[in-house]
Design a protein around this ligand. Structure first.
Ligand code: AMP
Length: 514
């Protein structure tokens, strides 16, 4: 089934209901749409896309930020069977060029503000917000948006979809190496989102989501935008995350759902004030590890138990803490129905003994079929039909999964394996440690030397803090796991999703010591 049919059926009920609003950075409503308006715009866009010759399977790059055309354009592109390539305007021009080359798209749709604010994008795509990528080798402006829209008539026809047809081609963040294209089918999106949002979290038309995530990543797009359209909940698109705005907007608009990355929750903890959060049903976290400290401090300060879940662009969503049973700190919960998870020794490729650490492998309808036109990376990523996530994990005796790190982040000290996460857990217990990251630099003797990078307050006596952290590590970690060097930094390098860019940290430390 074409996922846009599901979205359109929801929009056809109670047509006069306002379902979508745009909030400026200060939390004020800057525009809003009823279901009827969204439907009319969608049909108009379908007509425009068809008159422009966009057909099933054509790749179309979309970089619109949180503009009013975002929802109708997504639905219309899906309806004509196009493959949407969401593009992060913050990528460098080299990364954008790599995406453009790989995707071989028919069309790039963006808007003037994005082109003006992102010089990188301007260098890669010329000065129009409707650009034909096929006929113009230098990506020249072909058709002005207004001409196309005003000359087209509304069309309601929806392109039929087969099981293997791709809806989204998402290029993974590319913080390490070249971006790889992940093709996600209509089928995977429908089954995985219905399982997670509707069966597991009970999303419904009564809910309202405050959306503060970027709209081009699988978290903000797949879960936030497609999830809302599928569940029929209303959605407030916040232009930019600000912790104070989020807390005030929850109070003002009686929000029931918030999805964030751990950094957002961490930043909300620094906001003091009296907020009425009684409308909230769920605070959800994902995309990066939520520390046990943030989990418990959030509970103490705001009275909510954050629900953590786990997913990847390649697999959509794999596990979630339960809605009505215990949500365990430091875990991503239980495997979703229809998702098989196996923990495997990455060297022997044999499943590990019960409750041991190993690589997380995933199988199910939710898993993509391979990287776009990239057989080499595809064959590296799969083994006997299982997708190798590259994440290290462990089940506890109740079947809850914990993510303990990434295989590539594994530090090997004199032949012994150490995961940064186990050291970070010890360091984070000290209240003066606001954030920390453990990595390694080359060491002649042991191969790698463990370094802990700490963010603390300006007023902290860093020498005393370092001494305290050393004592804590002595008490709680085997000698080979203890950091040999501490460095105090203003902030840690993170990408737009709040994911720590450990490679950048490692590179800068290695450079500064050589
Ligand atoms: P992406 O494809 O950009 O969504 O990144 C997927 C990666 O994010 C996973 O392989 C994990 O390393 C990480 N990730 C996602 N959710 C979590 C979580 N709840 N806890 C820890 N890491 C996570």
């Amino acid at each position: 089934m074409n996922i846009s049919e599901k979205f359109i059926v929801n929009l056809q009920r109670q047509e006069d209901r306002v379902i979508l609003a745009g909030l400026s950075a200060d939390g004020k409503i800057s525009w809003q749409r009823t279901k009827k308006e969204l439907l009319e715009q969608t049909y108009h866009w379908i007509g425009a896309l068809k008159s422009y010759g966009i057909n099933k399977g054509d790749r179309v790059i979309l970089s619109l930020g949180k503009s009013p055309s975002l929802f109708p354009l997504h639905i219309a592109l899906l309806a004509v069977g196009a493959i949407i390539v969401p593009l992060n305007p913050a990528l460098t021009s080299i990364e954008i060029q790599q995406v453009l080359n790989k995707a071989e798209s028919r069309l790039a749709i963006t808007k003037p503000e994005i082109l003006t604010n992102s010089p990188h994008l301007v260098n890669s795509i010329s000065g129009s917000w409707w650009v034909d990528c096929l006929t113009a080798t230098n990506l020249e402006k072909c058709v002005e948006f207004n001409n196309v829209l005003s000359n087209s008539s509304p069309v309601t026809e929806i392109c039929p979809i087969d099981k293997e047809d791709i809806a989204l081609l998402v290029f993974t963040s590319g913080t390490t190496g070249k971006p790889k294209g992940v093709g996600i089918t209509h089928n995977s999106l429908i089954s995985n989102l219905e399982t997670l949002l509707i069966s597991t979290w009970n999303f419904s038309e009564q809910d309202s989501l405050l959306h503060a995530l970027p709209p081009h990543h699988i978290h903000g797009l797949g879960l936030g935008i497609y999830g809302s359209l599928l569940a029929g909940n209303s959605c407030f698109l916040l232009e930019k995350f600000e912790p104070l705005t989020v807390l005030s907007a929850i109070t003002e608009y009686k929000i029931s759902l918030f999805m964030g990355v751990p950094t957002m929750y961490h930043r909300m903890l620094s906001i003091e004030g009296d907020f009425d959060l009684s409308s909230i049903r769920l605070f959800i976290s994902g995309s990066a590890p939520l520390s046990k400290e943030t989990f418990s401090q959030f509970n103490t300060q705001f009275g909510f138990t954050i629900l953590e879940r786990y997913g990847l662009t390649e697999t959509l969503f794999n596990a979630s803490n339960p809605l009505n049973k215990v949500r365990k700190a430091g875990t991503v919960g239980l495997p979703l129905s229809g998702v098989d998870i196996c923990i495997v020794d990455p060297q022997t490729l044999i499943p590990v003994k019960e409750n041991s650490i190993g690589e997380i492998w995933v199988k199910g309808e939710n898993v993509f079929s391979g990287y776009y036109k990239d057989p080499e990376n595809t064959s590296l990523a799969f083994h006997n039909g299982w997708f190798r996530t590259g994440d290290l994990g462990q089940f506890d005796s109740d079947g809850y999964l914990s993510i303990v790190g990434r295989i590539k982040e594994l530090i090997i000290v004199g032949g012994s394996n150490v995961t940064p996460g186990e050291i970070e857990t010890v360091l984070e217990k000290n209240p003066l440690v606001l954030e920390c990251a453990v990595t390694s630099i080359p060491d002649i003797d042991l191969g790698e030397k463990i370094v802990a990078c700490i963010v603390t307050n300006d007023k902290t006596d860093t020498k005393a803090l370092e001494d305290n952290l050393k004592v804590a590590c002595q008490e709680q970690l085997a000698a080979y796991k203890r950091p040999k060097q501490y460095c105090f930094v203003q902030s840690l390098p993170r990408n737009a999703m709040g994911k720590l860019e450990r490679n950048k940290l490692k590179d800068s430390l290695t450079k500064s010591t050589t």
